[in-house]
Design a protein around this ligand. Sequence first.
Ligand code: SAM
Length: 258
Amino acid sequence: MSKDFGLIADDYAFFMTHATEAEHDAADYARELAGFAEGRAFVRMLDFGAGGGEFTERLLKKLAWPAEKLSLHLVEPVESQRAEAVKRLQKYATCSEAGTPAIATSARPPDASSVKPFDVVLSNHALYYVDDLAETVRGLVGLMAPGGKLLAAMASWQNTLMRLWQLGFGLIDQPVPYYAADDLTAELDHLGVPFRTSKSHYELRFPDSEQNRLRMLRFLLAEHLDEMPRDELLAFFDQHAQGGEIVMRTWSEHVVVG
Ligand SMILES: C[S@@+](CC[C@H](N)C(=O)[O-])C[C@H]1O[C@@H](n2cnc3c(N)ncnc32)[C@H](O)[C@@H]1O
């Protein structure tokens, strides 16, 4: 794993509290999945990079699927986050059809030969961080059930925050060690898997202070921040300063297979 979210949990929470990203992502997926559970005896859903389950809870509240129809498999490398996600999501998924648990967890995606395929494969802002995107995408597509959907959100290199990755790693003459939406669509093209994309717009707005700018930088650059010249990174926010706040309006790409 190339980014340990266990170490930056507070900084990530700061971003989540001050951005409308999750609300827009969840609303878009809920539109995409409207009516999906109707006529199905059960829905098996894989959440790749589930974190503490906050996002998935937000989505499941919108979908309002009967808990007895849903089973979940949560993939999350940070053990404490996995445990938190199970606690948070257990009331939304109580379906244990054919002996599979209502909620299963693992640090890595399950092997397609050892699990039943999934009707919904969700990955919300996690694919940036995998070691090998080609292998991961192949694996996730291989886990889809016939008639299933894969829904993934990632920012492209056009996203304002991605410019901070480019700036930070550029300042230390290193390539950005993470992937972007552009890489995901290229992998799907390479695999010959048809997909659709759309933009999900959101706003990030927080009180402007050096401490808050640093929180955003720690969320984005994690352990690499200590090696980077900080003043230039802090100054990046100047262009987004407005009346005592930092305001950024940007977007993520939503990629849908199926
Ligand atoms: C930006 S958070 C998104 C969490 C959640 N999906 C959400 O939307 O709030 C990225 C998540 O991906 C997880 N992650 C990092 N590397 C991963 C990997 N190689 N495989 C799966 N998940 C990974 C992190 O631990 C973190 O929980």
